[in-house]
Every structure is written in C-alpha cells, then in structure tokens.
Write a protein that binds this ligand. Structure first.
Ligand SMILES: [Zn+2]
Length: 551
C-alpha cells in the first residue's frame, strides 16, 4: 500500500509546486480591497444622538455624510457587561467578549498581586515622549486575542501599516492590537502625544513636530464658548449650570462659556473635557495619515481613531446638557473635516469607514429625579466600609471585601482561606445584605450566573462578561437608572439599553447605502470587516458578518 501512496503523493506535490510557480503577484492584486480602513470609536455615544441632534448637524459634517451615503445598523447592541471603555474598544476590534479576550474592565482586581490592575498597564515597558518614563508604561499585553488590525497585518505578511490614535491610552492601544506599527495617546502632564517602548524607543520625528506645535496652548487661549445661539441650547437641553453637573474646570466655573486660558502651561489634562479634545485628535490623525503615508501602500492600511472627549464631557455634564449638545455639534464638524481630508489625500471611495461607540451612558440621576423618572445613586465607598464592618462582627475577619468594581464584589480569598472562614456563608450573607440596598434589584454569586432566575438577555451579557481569573465573586444588578458614584455627573457600565445601545455606521469603499433595524452586535464589526477585506477574523471572534452592509 505504501508504494501506491508515495507516487500519488509525489504527483500531488509536483502539481502544487507548479501551481505556485505559475501564480504571479497579479493574482494577489485581483482581490479588491480599500486603500485604507478608518475605524472611528466615539467614546460614550448614545445611538439616539444621531437623531436627537440631527437637525443641528451640518450638511457637510460627518454624521449626515455617514447617514446620507453610508449604511446604518440602527439596532446595534453591546452583548456583555460591564459596558465600559476598555471592554468596548477591545470588543469592537476583536469581535470578542471579556470572558474570552480578557479585558474584563478598565480595571480589575488581581488576587495574586492584591491590587487593582489597569487594562493596558505593562510594567515591563517604559513611556516614550512624556514627562517621565513611568508615564506611559502601557501595552496591549493583557488582551488575550488578536484584533482585526493584527489580522490585517498577518494577511499581508506585515506589509499593512496600522496606527492607533486617541487621547486615552486604552482607546489607542487596544484597537491597534499587538502588532501595530504605532499607538499614540495624549498625556496630560506634558501636553504631548506619547507612546511606549513596546512600540519604539523614541517618538518619530512627525510626532515630535506635532507636539512642538503646542496646539493645546492655542486651543486653551480660544476657550470653550457656545457655537450656537443660546435659544438653540435651551431647545435641546436642560438649563445650563445645574447643581447635579460636575465642575471639571474648577468650582467657580459653573457653566458655559469656559475660560481655559488659566490652564496654559499649567494643566494640560483639561483639554480632554472639552470639544477641543476632538480637534486635537483629528489633527493628530491627519498628521499620522500624511507622515506614515497611510493609504499610499501596495496593500490596505488601517487607522484606528478614538474620540475620548465626549466621554469626559458626558461624565461631567450628562446627555441633556448644553455642553454635550455643543460637543456633538462640534464633533460633527470635526468628522466632516476628517472625511474631506481623506477625500483629498486618499481619494473618495478609496477608503472604508466604520463609526461606532464603546458604550453609551445613563442620564444624570439628579436630572431623572427632577423629571419624575426612575434613577438614583449608590455610594460605593461607604457601602464597602459598612459591609466589611458587619462581616468582621459576624465572621471574625476584617476587610474581606477588597474591591467593588464593575458592579462586582471581590473577596480576599487569601484571607478567607488562612482564617478557614466559611466562604459560602460569607457570600450568602453578603448577597442578602446588598439586596436590601435601595439601588439594587438583584445580587448573586458570579459562579451562579447560569442558574439564577434572570432574563435571557441579562444572563448572556453577564456570562460574556465573566472572566474567571479577572472578574469578581458577587454580581450586583442595579435598578434601571441607578449608577455607582456621586450625586454630580453620571456614568455607564450597566446592561440596560441606555448604556448598551450604540451607533454603527459604515461608509465608503465596498459599503452600500441603506439601513437595517435588525439586531446586530458590537461583536459583528470585526467579522464584517474580515469579510469585506477577505482576511481571517480575530482569534477570539464570536461575531457574524452583517451582509446587508456590503456591496
Ligand atoms: Zn466613561
């Protein structure tokens, strides 16, 4: 039998070799791809902003171009909790969920290190370009899967160029992936865009030149005033300077306009909480396209941009504020400018854009109350102290809860083990106790997600978000409209649609015009890109291709 197989195998090998010989590089080019993919994540964008502020968006702005010529997936949902920045950016680019990609929060508790771990921290690298090497010790090493950008690099034998740009480090690093050519983020101490030795040992000359422009100084000198008549803000938002808004520019800066000139040379972090953070991001993205010649390669390049400022503005002032109306009107203009720049430098219909959000946001509880709508606040630090005190009385061990993050309680397992305390009893007591809290609708052990009687959507989102080594011990479900935090400002992170319903718009090369109302998921974005680009989906992808989008 062996004798028979060998000649057949030899013949087959000869065939494949000759097939390889006749294949010319031209066959590679016969696969049509865009010159550039521009991935845009708006940090904290509710889907309804597309329509609530629609009449304020300009004909030559970004949103009307995407809606008018591109494709809108109107019912795109986040399929996991917690709905926060790091998980969102990672999910968009990996097509995966925290249980698989490992980014279980912006922070999570590490029971071995006995401290909170930041999603993109990496103590083995140094920062490059900031005030000190400790600023910017960041990399994607905590992310366990590839991103669509990594897959593009793999598909082209690393010829595709991938660059990440955002004010927040996690908004740049996690999307760009493990094999990115560069990821740059803004550092508030120096006012510079920086990177880390994970990518390079010194900033490229074009980044130094960008930093030397001192753009933030000129933006600070302009300040943050209203761009629309005051009546327009009143039509679209609650009165300005409400008590339940936070005051990021100082306790005396209670409402618009904001004088920012006092921050020149003194505090470069404040720009993030203004719409000028978006201006800075667009300018940096444009500089990256020009200097790195993105879209001028023999293969497809990828620019991953995240706009962090809407999140800072939203946390402080909420979705119904003058500030957020102003922020989105200006963001629309910035996006319009970015697309015009791409038309001129890459070519109209030569690039593909998708725009989505890492999460949406809840209204400020004070605003909800004012309007007789359900909502409230749970103050976490006082609650933890209170529960730890009671646990000590009952079980004889102090500080058994080490953290409350991402709506989960983390227990000190080392302490419980060495004291031979009754872990099951502790959990049972805690669940009963926290269920009595006014802000809480349910609580159970994370190990019981699949067996607790809860609705199907919530169960799936919790299971997708549960990472055995990085998630907590007890899951707390807040009532709708309730947030963890303080009485000023708002946040996101819950499973409810106000946090989990996000925009998803596609535009440009290979994209149809239209919309769908069918349910699509954040996880489907990477799979759809993989289909569009004819490349492998990322290593932890669970998404499905949204076929309606493609020509
Ligand atoms: Zn946020």
């Amino acid at each position: 039998m062996k004798r028979l197989i060998l000649p057949v195998l030899a013949g087959f090998l000869a065939l494949t070799v000759s097939a390889q010989k006749t294949a010319s590089p031209a066959s590679e080019e016969s696969i049509q791809r865009p010159k550039l993919v521009v991935g845009i994540v708006i940090d904290q964008m509710r889907w309804d902003y597309l329509y609530r502020f629609n009449s304020l968006y300009k004909a030559n702005g970004g949103f009307k171009r995407l809606l008018g010529e591109g494709f809108s997936c109107e019912n795109t949902l986040i399929p996991y909790t917690p709905t926060v920045t790091a998980c969102g950016h990672t999910c968009v680019y990996t097509g995966s969920v925290p249980s698989i990609h490992g980014i279980a929060g912006n922070n999570w508790w590490d029971n071995q290190l006995m401290r909170s771990v930041y999603c993109s921290e990496d103590k083995s690298v140094s920062g490059v370009g900031g005030k000190s090497a400790e600023d910017g010790q960041m990399s994607p090493k905590n992310m366990l899967t590839t991103t669509i950008c990594d897959e593009l690099r793999l598909a082209t034998n690393f010829k595709s160029k991938v660059i990440g740009v955002a004010l927040k480090d996690r908004g740049s690093i996690l999307p760009a992936g493990h094999s990115a050519n560069g990821a740059y983020w803004y550092e508030g101490k120096s006012g510079n865009f920086i990177t880390s030795t994970y990518y390079m040992n010194q900033l490229p000359e074009w980044v130094n030149q960008f930093n030397n422009r001192k753009l933030v100084d000129s933006l600070y000198k302009i300040g943050w005033g209203t761009v629309l008549p005051n009546e327009t803000y009143s039509q679209f938002a609650t009165a300005d300077a409400k008590d339940y808004e936070s005051k990021p520019f100082g306790k005396d800066a209670t409402g618009m306009p904001y004088d920012l000139s006092k921050f020149v040379g003194n505090d470069y972090s404040k720009i993030s909480s203004t719409p000028m953070g978006n201006t800075l991001t667009v300018e940096m993205a444009k500089a990256a396209v020009l200097a790195e010649k993105l879209g001028k390669n023999t293969v497809t390049d990828f620019l991953a941009v995240s706009f962090s400022s809407p999140d800072y503005v939203g946390h402080s002032f909420g979705p119904n504020s003058w500030e957020q109306v102003d922020d989105y009107v200006r963001l629309d203009e910035e996006l319009g400018r970015l697309f015009s720049f791409l038309d001129a430098n890459v070519g109209k219909n030569q690039y593909t854009v998708f725009l989505t959000a890492d999460h949406a946001v809840a209204h400020i509880p004070g605003f909800m109350k004012e309007n007789k709508l359900p909502g409230g606040v749970m103050e976490v630090s006082g609650l933890m102290k209170d529960m730890n005190g009671k646990l000590k009385e009952k079980f004889g061990v102090d500080n058994m809860i080490v953290s409350m993050m991402n709506d989960q309680l983390y227990l000190n397992h080392g302490k419980i083990d060495s004291a031979k305390a009754d872990e099951a009893g502790i959990k049972k007591w805690l669940i009963q106790y926290i269920k009595k809290n006014d802000a809480v609708t349910n609580a159970f052990a994370t190990s019981d997600i699949m067996t607790t009687p809860i609705n199907k959507t919530l169960r799936e989102m919790l299971a997708n978000g549960y990472n055995p080594t990085r998630s907590g011990d007890i899951q707390v479900i807040m009532k709708p409209g309730f947030i963890e935090g303080s009485v000023t400002g708002t946040t996101h992170g819950a499973w409810y649609p106000y946090d989990a319903h996000i925009p998803l718009l596609w535009y440009g090369w290979g994209i149809k015009h239209g919309k769908t109302n069918k349910e699509t998921y954040m996880t489907d974005i990477a799979a759809t890109l993989a289909g569009l680009l004819h490349i492998q989906m990322p290593s932890g992808s669970i998404g499905k291709v949204i076929e309606e989008v493609m020509k």
